[in-house]
Design a protein around this ligand. Structure first.
Ligand code: NAD
Ligand code: DAU
Length: 363
């Protein structure tokens, strides 16, 4: 059984969090790690260079929605545990074009579950006991908290606001249904906002770092009063390993860094690190580049996660504070222009997304 537990399939392992998970699992001794990723705009094999040639690691380009190909892969690699991260992940893009979010996050997860259940049923009972399907989800499924009070817990009812969070909520419900109806041994985790190295520069923190060093405006939606609860991505990767390996079947674990900040505080903190690390030639502050812009439609005011359950039951704790994690992140982007420059030039150059007042087609 020990061997099977260490034969792991990660979906979406070329993305921001998935690549951190792959690097972490290979370093911590997984006997076999398969990374299944379709390489959409946010998938990037350059994020995996340090493990690419490791004998225990294999990258497979493919779609979670291709049920037969997934089934072949599960059989061929004798997979014992699946960690499912593949998704469309950006709220602003989901406002402009929801269709691919439903296709990937809901239908894709359904097809992956179908392949997994067929494979699970072929296993002997010993292997079935060891098998797990870990679904990686978001705190956004719980919706909007008031600015002043309240936290998400494992008991918080679902109330998603955006096409992205609605599609993730749909996938969470499917995973739970496959457990209750078909007996698939699943675990779920819902995490708050991640940040750190290899983050695609459409999300707030990397976008602001790169716009700042390029002398461009730093766009803050509304008045910057919305609050997010930040977690360093490598802390998340360690948490996910704990849930995959020791999470209780059927249970959900909330993951967060106990680091609530308003968006304006986040942007100002980035500027303060940059002022120190790369002072502007004119002696001014990067804060002068901040611009308040039109708000995101349906913008949730506040997310805040209570991670007590995973801390108590699985012994996990965030190691980085927001200040130490942010300094590491800024330093990483300053050092790794080789990683981000091609993305800015070829995939996404920083223009505003997600303000769409246009009619949204279902196609
Ligand atoms: P990301 O956009 O950086 O990566 C997503 C990856 O999935 C990419 O490599 C992409 O190529 C791949 N992918 C997309 N469609 C696919 C398909 N059909 N088949 C195979 N691969 C496919 O996203 P991320 O920020 O790393 O998020 C990973 C997961 O974690 C998502 O499920 C997201 O909902 C969840 N999550 C993210 C955060 C966050 O702050 N980023 C927080 C909580 C939960
Ligand atoms: O809470 C977890 C979620 O965090 C994940 O499920 C998502 O995959 C991930 O993208 C993230 O969603 P957010 O919408 O919170 O992340 P984003 O970086 O897009 O925005 C963070 C906050 O900053 C949000 O309140 C909107 C605001 N913002 C964002 C951008 C891109 C700005 O003010 N300006 C910007 O340019």
């Amino acid at each position: 059984m020990a061997d099977l537990e260490q034969r792991i399939l990660v979906t979406g392992g070329a993305g921001f969090i998935g690549s951190a998970v792959c690097r972490h699992l290979v370093r911590s001794g997984a006997s076999r790690l398969i990374n299944l990723d379709k390489l959409t705009y946010s998938g990037n094999l350059h994020s995996l260079h340090e493990i690419a040639d490791h004998p225990n690691y294999r990258f497979v380009e493919g779609d979670i929605g291709d049920e037969e190909a997934v089934l072949d892969l599960l059989r061929g690699e004798r997979i014992g545990r699946i960690m499912h991260l593949a998704a469309e992940s950006h709220v602003d893009r989901s406002i402009d074009g929801p269709a691919i979010f439903l296709e990937t996050n809901i239908v894709g997860t359904f097809r992956l579950l179908s392949a997994t259940l067929r494979y699970f049923r072929e296993l002997d009972s010993y292997s079935q006991q060891a098998f797990r399907f870990h679904h990686v989800s978001t705190d956004e499924v719980f919706g909007d908290l008031p600015l002043e009070s309240g936290v998400f817990t494992e008991e918080t009812p679902y109330s998603p606001s955006s096409p992205y969070s609605a599609s993730k909520a749909g996938s969470d419900h499917l995973v739970k249904a496959w457990h209750h109806t078909y007996g698939l041994p699943v675990v779920l985790s819902n995490c708050s906002n991640n940040y750190g190295p290899y983050h695609f520069p459409e999300k707030l923190i990397p976008l602001v770092i790169l716009n700042a060093v390029e002398g461009r405006p730093l766009p803050v939606y509304g008045r910057g009063a919305n609050i997010r609860d930040w977690l360093y991505v490598e802390d998340h990767a360690r948490a996910l390993e704990r849930v995959l390996m020791d999470g209780r079947v059927g249970d959900t674990y909330l993951i967060g860094g106990r680091s609530e900040r308003t968006n304006l505080q986040v942007v100002e903190a980035i500027c303060a690190v940059l002022d120190e690390r790369r002072p502007k030639p004119d002696g001014g502050s990067y804060k002068d580049q901040i611009e308040f812009v039109a708000d995101r439609p349906g913008h949730d005011r506040r997310y805040a996660v209570d991670p007590s359950k995973i801390e108590r039951e699985l012994g996990w704790r965030a190691e980085e504070s927001f200040e130490t994690g942010l300094a590491k992140t800024v330093d990483w982007y300053l050092a790794r222009e080789d990683w981000w420059r091609p993305l800015r030039e070829q995939r996404y150059s920083g223009e505003r997304l997600g303000r769409s007042g246009a009619a949204i087609s279902s196609g």
